[in-house]
Ligand binder design. Structure first.
Ligand SMILES: [Zn+2]
Length: 360
């Protein structure tokens, strides 16, 4: 296993991150693509590295996964782990079976820092939780219990920080299936909804899938709800407004540990970080097609007993995370009805079902 990138443990600042990602893209043109989803208040790019085999082509059958770290600029461990993870996946592709399989089957997007301004500041002043305008980005998202809530752009984007608006645009335009939001300062995993104690309808089922099996990143071992109730968070926004299920992981007790400890944090988090990405393949996936075999986009995939449905992509592909069990799954698209033979399904690991719809 190649861990050469750990030789001199140190935090990678913004300028070095830009250089490193450029190098990775140049050295691994078939596997890595770097893009920016927008700019911070101080004009730093919000960089993402996309890692997938044949990254320049479209692969409609691959589920999209994302990690977003460092939205609180002083919570530095997740940021550095994303930088390590990108290198780990690229360096070990073709050498390590687990990495190779993951990169061959998954569209992986890693964002080391949603708050690069805060991170640069925290190095010198020890306080960079908020963005350069003093706003806590994890309280700046549209909230499901906001009385003024709506789906129009004026509400979604109006008055938001540029970092928040960039994430909203990204989440609404790209159909992610699963996401991890990496923080520090405690060791906890939390899942939607974090803005209410009335979380029963948010699928204990889905939370179990991700936390209850002991695969949460790092030492995170409890799904602690009571201390994480707040409004305007990013994970609930993902869940309410898109297909994406997001879990928040707090990776380290100390928000900004000494750089010498980074290899330790990498050691204890590497396998869980990989295992969490692998969860994107648990459940049911397939395509929704019309009578002529053409893809149907925006079809709803409905699991009986679960309020949250997912929708098919422009290629007709869909992914529904589910634990093994018996489910009634139906597919609905405007102007079509479901071929009823596809109604009841036993779901095992990554089962594939293609739905062919009929004209109504
Ligand atoms: Zn945080």
């Amino acid at each position: 296993m190649n861990n050469s990138f750990l030789k001199t443990p140190q935090y990678t600042n913004y300028d070095d991150l830009v250089k490193l990602f450029d190098e990775l893209e140049t050295n691994y043109p078939e596997l890595a693509k770097v893009y920016s989803i927008g700019k911070s208040v101080e004009g730093r790019r919000l960089l993402v590295i996309q890692i997938s085999e044949g990254v320049k082509s479209t692969h409609p059958e691959r589920p999209a996964f994302k990690y977003v770290a460092n939205m609180h600029g002083d919570e530095s461990v997740g940021r550095q782990l994303m930088i390590y993870l990108a290198q780990y996946l690229l360096v070990n592709y073709g050498k390590d079976d687990r990495v190779t399989k993951l990169v061959n089957t998954t569209d992986i997007h890693l964002m080391p820092s949603l708050n690069p301004d805060g991170f640069e500041k925290s190095k010198f002043e020890g306080d960079g939780r908020n963005n350069a305008k003093g706003v806590d980005l994890n309280r700046d998202f549209p909230d499901q219990f906001d009385r003024n809530r709506s789906n129009d752009d004026a509400y979604l984007f109006g008055g938001r920080q540029p970092e928040t608006a960039a994430i909203i645009r990204w989440v609404l335009s790209k159909q992610f299936v699963l996401s991890g939001n990496l923080h520090g300062g405690a060791i906890v995993a939390s899942y939607p909804y974090d803005d209410s104690r009335l979380y029963v309808e948010c699928l204990q089922l889905e939370a179990c899938l991700l936390c209850g099996r002991g695969i949460a990143p790092g030492e995170a071992h409890s799904c602690n709800r009571s201390c994480l109730n707040f409004l305007g968070g990013m994970q609930d926004f993902n869940y309410v407004n898109s297909n994406c299920f997001e879990v928040t992981f707090e990776l380290s007790c100390c928000k900004y540990p000494r750089a010498a400890q980074l290899p330790h944090f990498w050691d204890i988090n590497r396998d869980p970080l990989l295992a969490y990405i692998e969860q994107v393949h648990v459940g049911v996936t397939g395509f929704v097609l019309d009578e002529d075999g053409e893809p149907v986009k925006n079809a709803q995939i409905i699991v009986e007993g679960i309020k949250h449905s997912v929708r098919s992509t422009e290629h007709g592909a869909y992914w529904r995370l589910l634990l093994p069990g018996d489910y009634n799954i139906t597919t609905v698209a405007s102007g079509h009805r479901l071929n009823s033979t596809n109604k009841a399904r036993r779901i095992d690991f990554a089962i594939l079902i293609t739905y062919q719809l009929k004209q109504q």
